[in-house]
Design a protein around this ligand. Structure first.
Ligand code: IFM
Length: 758
């Protein structure tokens, strides 16, 4: 598989372009050039490509277990399938002259396109997942031949799709109505109906007499005609998809949407919505257009992964493939939610309501494992029941499956969700949200933690044992500092919520979840006596009990020399990292990322310096966290280095697609969300504390300026930072966020523009 996609970056700041077809890179380029809208994700493959090219259209809310093992999203039948033969020779990018092949993704409007020349034909196709109607993907193919030719178009639906864990579609029923082809399939486990419809218009050609056939899970129509030299033929196809988790009769909905479709109109509407998106989320970087493009690319991936039409999870690989089961991890709250929180809080709220809707699943998990309250799933789909299989990775040397304990020991997911609830509430003052959703989550999370924590009488303190922190290579640890602090925060906010809620509201919620007086007392007791690991004499906090006693391998990457095979799993129960201080990803540093206010900067710096050389960054979540903390601790070069590592993860394909025998490729959606945070929280030094805006900018050497928008309390703040000054502009005055602190100096913000020289 090709490692780095050459020629991928263009200088327009808005497009990624790949020149020259490379078969070995299709698994990556399919993800990189994908189009999507939060409901579905369609990989950036050509219309004629199939499962061997990793073509795929993954649709949210279609979780299904094909082989009784892993639940994952369905790859639905491909209703954009089109093969074109010119004088009986099939057109294919694979056969195109290398120089004449180009694949492009326009981030401005989510249009992904492919063009190539295969004598005598010039071929181009473009498609986009509509943001106007999320069930439709319009596709336009244009062909021009420089001589008279015989063309044959075989187009329709390809239901023989790529799956990671077995075939999800059974009972596929093909049919046609009014010249449109459709496939209705029933999923294996849950018997959901998925309908796709293919509507086609080929220039002025009447399709009604073209033969239709069903063969090898494909349902296609063959249209044959002649073209003159230089005549342009246009094939417009619309793929429409519905499933029975959304609507009662999916096919009827497809048919209803197929009326009055117009490619150009849909394109215009789509462009407009993208324009609005970019007005809200775009970050400009003046001075390095590649970095600007890379940040945009990540923001684009973040947007198309987020199901804003509903309260559904943001998958750890978005909708780019089935890896990580199309489901949410803590990535959703800690990495993806903050961009929305500060630019479009309504979306953040929807993401949190998803956690409310899945409380019962979290309660079931807690109960199953012998706890109380809500223990959120490590991998969470529609219901919130745990989707993470017991055996995730494999010992590639013995071939035996590894019992990873992500699903029962990585408890920090629960307080991480409570933390995000609080972040949203604190920023928006949305009391109704706290009353209707947030409080119940915070209480149930605290309840879970109170049923997990262990009281050590001799030390007269509470501790967490048999847990796993963010660093997944060290399982079964005690008092992972990140987890303990997050739990502490959870108890604190549970107690604070009790103070904030009106008596009546508290009474109602307490009755609903049977929250008793003694439990509240217990929360208080644990809050007072929870063990919070403190910095040692050098200012460094031990990641978990006895971590400092493990073999110290510096730099962490030296443990690679101990591998027997490159694809070995490094962690539990026998990996090369286990008995060393080499950690997979940010852990203590993750603590400063979520709680920048907890420690003095010297402590944060000491920890950054200690843990940086011991971190392998083998999770896509890690470099961004280090980048932000490096910005804050004066390590600007390292902040930039880790920024680069993070924003180019997918563009340059730097992370392994397969680890411990498991496919974990696709778009790294947490890194996508982190791009925004690295600029805004890292380089611009933005935070909110006590209703005051803090900015403390440090720009990497080659950047001249950055600009972005924040949406706080109904008001858009436009911020431009260069080396000499900072400009802040907004329309209406807010009581709440009317003070700005820049490098310890307080400024009052007034309507219009405020300029702060450095
Ligand atoms: O949530 C992460 C985890 O922290 C590291 N492994 C991959 C998961 C999904 O991104």
């Amino acid at each position: 598989m090709k490692k780095i996609l050459d020629n991928l970056i263009t200088l327009s700041g808005w497009e990624i372009i790949e020149k020259g077809y490379d078969k070995s890179g299709v698994i990556i380029s399919g993800s990189n050039f994908m189009t999507g809208n939060g409901y579905l994700g369609y990989r950036g493959t050509a219309a004629e490509e199939g499962k061997e090219d990793y073509a795929g259209c993954f649709v949210t809310d279609t979780w299904d277990k094909a082989d009784g093992k892993w639940e994952e999203l369905c790859n639905v039948p491909n209703a954009l399938f089109t093969e074109i033969y010119c004088d009986d020779i099939k057109l294919s990018p694979k056969k195109a002259t290398v120089n004449e092949y180009q694949r492009k993704l326009n981030l401005k409007n989510g249009v992904t396109s492919i063009s190539f020349i295969m004598e005598p034909v010039q071929f181009s196709e473009e498609k986009f997942a509509s943001l106007f109607n999320i069930h439709i993907i319009p596709q336009k193919i244009t062909i021009k031949t420089d001589r008279k030719t015989k063309l044959k178009v075989v187009e329709g639906i390809d239901a023989d799709v790529w799956n990671l864990n077995g075939n999800h579609l059974k009972e596929i029923k093909f049919g046609n109505i009014d010249d449109m082809l459709y496939a209705e399939s029933i999923t294996c486990e849950k018997a959901q109906t998925i309908a796709v419809l293919s509507k086609t218009v080929i220039s002025n050609i009447d399709l009604s007499n073209s033969p239709i056939e069903e063969k090898a899970y494909k349902y296609t129509r063959t249209v044959e005609f002649e073209t003159d030299a230089n005549q342009e033929i246009t094939i417009i196809k619309y793929m429409i998809c519905y499933h029975s988790n959304n609507v009662k009769n999916p096919l009827e909905h497809c048919l209803a949407d197929s009326k009055n479709l117009n490619y150009n109109d849909l394109r215009k509407l789509n462009d407009k919505i993208w324009e609005e998106n970019w007005r809200r989320y775009d970050i400009e970087i003046n001075g390095n257009i590649q970095d600007e493009l890379a940040v945009r690319y990540n923001t684009y991936q973040s947007i198309i992964a987020t199901p804003i039409h509903d309260s559904l999870p943001v998958g750890a690989r978005g909708l780019s493939c089935q890896a990580y089961q199309g489901a949410a991890f803590w990535d959703q709250e800690i990495f993806n939610l903050p961009m929305y929180l500060f630019t479009n809080p309504e979306v953040a709220k929807k993401m949190l309501i998803y956690r409310y809707n899945t409380l019962d699943g979290a309660r079931r998990k807690a109960k199953r494992l012998g706890y109380e309250g809500a223990y959120y799933a490590w991998i969470s789909g529609k219901t919130g029941d745990e989707l993470c299989p017991d055996f995730f990775f494999k010992d590639v040397i013995t071939g035996r499956p590894i019992r990873n304990h992500f699903n029962d020991w990585q408890i920090h997911i629960t307080p991480d969700i409570a933390y995000s609830i609080w972040q949203y509430y604190e920023l928006t003052d949305d009391y109704e949200f706290l009353r209707d959703y947030g409080a119940e989550i915070i209480f149930e999370c605290a309840r879970f933690l109170s049923s997990h924590v262990v009281y050590k009488p001799r030390k007269d303190r509470y501790e967490f044992v048999k847990i796993q922190g963010p660093d997944e290579y060290h399982e079964n640890v005690e008092n992972n500092a990140f987890t303990n602090y997050q739990a502490y925060f959870n108890f604190e906010k549970a107690l604070r919520t009790i103070e904030i809620l009106s008596d009546n509201d508290l009474d109602k919620i307490s009755k609903k979840i049977n929250l008793l007086e003694w439990e509240i007392k217990l929360f208080k007791e644990i809050y007072r006596k929870l063990y919070l690991p403190q910095p040692n004499e050098e200012g460094v906090i031990e990641q978990f009990d006895h971590y400092f006693m493990l073999e110290d391998v510096v730099p962490a990457s030296k443990i690679k020399e101990r591998l027997i095979r490159d694809d070995e799993y490094y962690g539990w129960p026998n990996g090369v990292a286990l008995f060393t201080q080499s950690i997979k990803q940010a852990d203590i540093i993750q603590l400063f990322f979520v709680h920048p206010e907890l420690f003095e900067i010297d402590i944060i710096k000491a920890n950054y310096e200690y843990y940086e050389s011991r971190t392998l960054h083998f999770s896509s979540l890690s470099p961004s966290v280090y980048s932000i903390i490096a910005s804050r601790t004066g390590h600007i070069d390292e902040a930039y280095k880790n920024f680069v590592k993070s924003v180019y993860i997918d563009l340059k394909n730097t992370n392994e697609a397969i680890s411990g025998g498991t496919f974990i490729g696709g778009i790294h959606t947490a890194a996508s969300g982190a791009a925004w945070q690295m600029i805004v929280k890292g380089f611009a030094g933005f935070k909110i504390q006590n209703e005051q805006i803090y900015l403390d900018p440090v720009l990497p050497e080659e950047w001249k300026s950055i600009s972005f928008n924040l949406f706080l309390d109904g008001n858009t703040y436009q911020i431009i930072i260069d080396r000499k000054e900072m400009k802040i502009q907004f329309e209406k005055r807010n009581e709440k966020y009317s003070k700005l602190i820049v490098k310890d100096t307080l400024y009052a913000l007034n309507t219009g523009k405020t300029i702060i020289p450095f």
